[in-house]
Write a protein that binds this ligand. Structure first.
Ligand SMILES: [Zn+2]
Ligand SMILES: [Zn+2]
Length: 290
């Protein structure tokens, strides 16, 4: 476990700082929402908690609603979208998704009566919101057109992929240059296989379009970890089929064996925000600012 970087104030006070700040407001199969921001731009990725709960967590970490400039949606599953409609209507925050995800969300009963005014992007497209460069890329998962995101600002890149059945070559390529990651450590394979869940569900989770295991994430990080990668948040942990200490242990073991033990591992939680980190640009001498 790593400690957080000392950072300045959020909210009302202007802070001179470069780089990207990350805070996972909550993550599990019950709900997902992550803040990514700079001093001037605040984005949410997914809105998987009720509007009230999202606002409660934002307040807890000092993120004012007036600062939010958009919600980016990875895919239509309700643990990523259930607060979307109310937040969109109440605050007018623009909602960004690709057309397949937008279509699927529009057909959900929750959204039929008050549809969302989407801002549609094409998967793979780069676009800018405020001072953050956003790039989406395809991930394998049982949804319409699920994506991961890479964010760039002030010379820092941060990657986010939660629901993914496997770490494809594309995912590895997109995440490799990042200084920090939010990535899925969904389940321990043994706990999942012995969970007593229906075999069809177990097969779905284990499939190429399901969710990433601790072991598969450890292998991914062992391969793409590098000297300038400083922090990894473990996300979307199954409450029944994983244990935080198991996920951390597997990942740390893989990083150690690849001589990448400088990378700090951070947990995310179903019921509360993670620590928030500001990832600063590397110094000119290339030493980074861990
Ligand atoms: Zn999910
Ligand atoms: Zn999903």
């Amino acid at each position: 476990m790593g400690g957080s970087n000392p950072t300045g104030e959020w909210g009302g006070r202007k802070v001179e700082r470069m780089g990207l700040t990350i805070c996972v407001l909550g993550s599990s199969s019950q709900g997902n929402c992550t803040y990514v921001g700079t001093d001037t731009t605040a984005l949410l990725v997914d809105a998987g908690f009720s509007a009230r709960e999202t606002l409660r967590r934002m307040e807890e970490v000092g993120l004012e609603p007036a600062r939010v400039q958009g919600i980016l949606v990875t895919h239509e599953h309700s643990d990523h979208t259930q607060g979307l409609g109310v937040l969109h209507r109440r605050f007018g925050w623009p909602v960004y998704a690709n057309s397949a995800t937008a279509d699927k969300v529009d057909r959900m009963p929750l959204f039929e009566e008050q549809p969302i005014l989407w801002r549609i992007f094409q998967t793979g497209q780069h676009f800018r919101i405020g001072d953050i460069e956003v790039e989406s890329f395809s991930v394998p998962h049982d949804a319409g057109d699920p994506v991961g995101f890479r964010f760039g600002a002030g010379g820092v890149r941060v990657g986010l992929v939660t629901d993914m059945g496997m770490a494809t070559t594309l995912i590895r390529e997109r995440l490799r240059p990042c200084r920090a990651l939010v990535v899925e450590a969904n389940h321990d394979e043994d706990l999942l296989k012995n969970s007593g869940r229906p075999w069809s569900l177990i097969q779905r989770i284990l499939s190429r379009h399901g969710h990433l295991s601790n072991g598969a994430l450890a292998e991914l990080l062992g391969e793409i970890g590098h000297g300038q990668m400083t922090d990894v948040f473990l996300a979307h942990l199954s409450e029944e089929c994983n244990k935080p200490e198991l996920a951390c242990w597997e990942v740390l073991r893989a990083l150690q064996s690849r001589r990448q033990s400088h990378i700090r591992i951070h947990l995310t939680y179903p019921d509360r925000p993670s620590e928030r980190l500001t990832i600063e640009p590397e110094k000119a001498d290339g030493t980074g600012t861990p």
